[in-house]
Each structure stands twice: as structure tokens, then as C-alpha cells.
Design a protein around this ligand. Structure first.
Ligand code: A2P
Length: 313
């Protein structure tokens, strides 16, 4: 299994650019700069509302000869109103049109929360998982691979229980589970399960997503954690680089978001930061199973999807 992971990671760069929360006006320049700096992995999603700008930047970078399509790893995700086998191909076709691409490298079910409408606000706006089984949506994902629209498929925000359901019925195995992951949310059991099953874990919000509009006002600021700061000082790097190196050293891919050229470079340079075993242990000790994005925004009265059954914990 380990060998399989290494082979997969050869193709999927360990560090990519996150585009969630990047405003359409800013993301075009961020993607162009990132590609010029050497980023080769870009993480997108239909719901981020900026795929046209991301696509413009990618297409201009390819036209200018800065990079080739084959050198890039592009991920995207259908939104929750596209669950169901028949809805995946139309969703990926729209994303490909917006990104100006012929194929994706990776397409991920965004949330295990099927919605009837894009902006679900009341209980009736959601399907239950019995009405829209994840295994049926997975068949649509497999259809997208067979149609040559994406090279790999996976999911985001899936628990071990939900991953197992897919593994048990899949024709094409998931390549990636993308979840929130940082020292306050270590999720070692989930990482172990994924790695034992040949599934790569990608960490979103690896820096703690200070710009997440849904974060709680009293949430601790990960980038200001004193333990992380002390290790950064010892290693001659920044707290952000420590956070990224910690995940990468445990085999977890990171997709930090930035629209700032200096921070884009700094995050890329985290690839050269090496933490000692003692540093890793110290950072592991910061775990408090804290989610900045806990899914509570879906908890409207009567909704079959709750925080508990979303994470199965
Ligand atoms: P900005 O885009 O202005 O650089 P996450 O990837 O966990 O979602 O975190 C993204 C947030 O962290 C954004 O507010 C981003 O701001 C900020 N950020 C990104 N890189 C760094 C860095 N190297 N140091 C400090 N803040 C950073």
C-alpha cells in the first residue's frame, strides 16, 4: 500500500494552491503568480465561484509557455446540488468549460450532503442519504473517469464509515479524501485508515483559515500558537511553514490559500523545511480535535444532516 501512495504522490504535488475564499478579482493574479513561482497543483471547486478566473490564469500561463497542461495537477469538486449519478457529468462539464480544460486530474465529491438547491437554507432543501445514496453519486464519479473527463476521483469531508461504504461498492477506488487538517485537528485514525487503504489525504485549512467567514469569533488563531512559533524560531522559518511541514512530513498533502505573492513564495518554501521527530511529537500534542469548519451551518431544524452524522462522531 505504501508503494502505491508514493507512486500517486509522484503525480500529485504534496503542496498545492488553495482557491477557497480567493475573491474572483484576486484569484486570477494569485494563480498566475503561483504558477510562475513553481506551483503545479491548484485546488478548485465550483462553489468557490471563481473557476472562470482560475481558468483564465491557467490558460494564459500555458499559452505563455510558463507551464504545460501535463505539468499541472488540477482538482475540482461538484457542488452539493449535483449529487446523484446523472448529475455528475453535467457538473464536471461546466467546471471544465469554466477552467478552460479538457480534463481534470482529480474530481472530488465536495460534501456528503446532497441538496435539492444550490443554496440550501431549510430542512426541505436537503435530500437524505437514503434518497440520494453516496454510492449512487460515486457511480457518476466513475462515469466521469470512463468518459475521460477526470483522471482520478475522490471525496472531501468523508468519515471512515462513509469511506468504507464507497470502498465496499466501488469499481474505481477513491484516490483522495480531502479534509480539514492541522495541529488542532490531527485526525490520526482517519489518516491511518486512508493510508492503509491507499487513499491520499489532503489537508484543507492547513493554516487554520483565518479568513473563513464561518469561523467562530472566539476560535483560537492557529498561526499565533506559541508552541508553533517557538518551533518556527528554532528552525529559522515561519509559523505557516511549520504548520505545512508538519502535515507533509506525515504524508498529508497541503493546499494553503494565499493571494499574496510573498506568502505564496513562503508557503512553497515549506517544502524545504525539515522538522525533527521531537518537533513532530510536540506539535502532535497540540491536538484538541477542533474544527474551524464544523458543518453546523447546515444544522437547520429538521435537517437530516447533523454535525454528528456528518462526521460520524
Ligand atoms: P492571504 O491570502 O492574504 O495570504 P488556509 O489555507 O488555512 O485557508 O489559510 C488561509 C489564510 O491564511 C488567508 O487569510 C491567507 O491570507 C493566510 N495566509 C496564507 N499564507 C500565509 C502565511 N504564509 N502566513 C500568514 N498567513 C498566511
Amino acid at each position: 500500500m505504501e508503494e502505491m501512495n508514493v507512486e500517486k504522490l509522484d503525480a500529485m504535488p504534496m503542496l498545492g494552491l488553495g482557491t477557497w475564499k480567493s475573491a474572483p478579482g484576486e484569484v486570477y493574479q494569485a494563480v498566475k503568480t503561483a504558477i510562475e513561482l513553481g506551483y503545479r497543483h491548484i485546488d478548485c471547486a465550483a462553489i468557490y465561484g471563481n473557476e472562470k478566473e482560475v481558468g483564465q490564469a491557467i490558460s494564459e500561463s500555458i499559452a505563455a509557455g510558463t507551464v504545460t497542461r501535463e505539468e499541472l495537477w488540477i482538482t475540482s469538486k461538484p457542488w452539493n446540488d449535483h449529487h446523484g449519478r446523472e448529475n455528475i457529468i453535467p457538473a464536471i462539464k461546466q467546471t471544465l468549460e469554466d477552467l478552460q480544460l479538457d480534463y481534470l486530474d482529480l474530481y472530488l465529491i465536495h460534501w456528503a450532503v446532497p441538496q435539492k438547491v444550490a443554496n440550501a437554507e431549510k430542512a426541505e432543501d436537503f435530500y437524505t442519504l437514503e434518497e440520494r445514496p453516496l454510492t449512487d453519486t460515486w457511480k457518476g464519479m466513475e462515469d466521469a473517469v470512463h468518459a475521460g473527463l477526470t483522471r482520478h476521483i475522490g471525496m472531501c469531508n468523508f468519515s471512515v464509515k462513509k469511506l468504507q461504504q464507497i470502498i465496499d461498492s466501488a469499481e474505481i477506488m477513491p484516490m483522495v479524501n480531502q479534509v480539514e487538517m492541522h495541529p488542532y485537528l490531527r485526525q490520526q485514525a482517519l489518516v491511518d485508515f486512508c493510508q492503509d487503504n491507499g487513499i491520499v489525504v489532503t489537508a484543507y485549512s492547513p493554516l487554520g483559515s483565518n479568513d473563513n467567514p464561518l469561523r467562530k469569533a472566539d476560535a483560537a488563531i492557529l498561526l499565533k500558537d506559541e508552541t508553533v512559533a517557538a518551533i518556527a524560531e528554532k528552525r529559522g522559518c515561519t509559523p505557516a511553514q511549520v504548520l505545512l511541514a508538519w502535515n507533509m512530513q506525515r504524508g498529508v498533502v497541503v493546499i494553503p490559500k494565499s493571494v499574496n505573492p510573498v506568502r505564496l513564495q513562503q508557503n512553497l518554501d515549506a517544502l524545504n523545511v525539515s522538522l525533527t521527530e521531537e518537533d513532530m511529537d510536540t506539535i502532535n500534542g497540540l491536538d484538541k480535535h477542533y474544527r474551524y469548519l464544523d458543518g453546523s451551518f447546515w444544522c437547520v431544524p429538521g435537517n437530516p444532516h447533523t454535525v454528528e452524522n456528518l462526521w460520524d462522531e
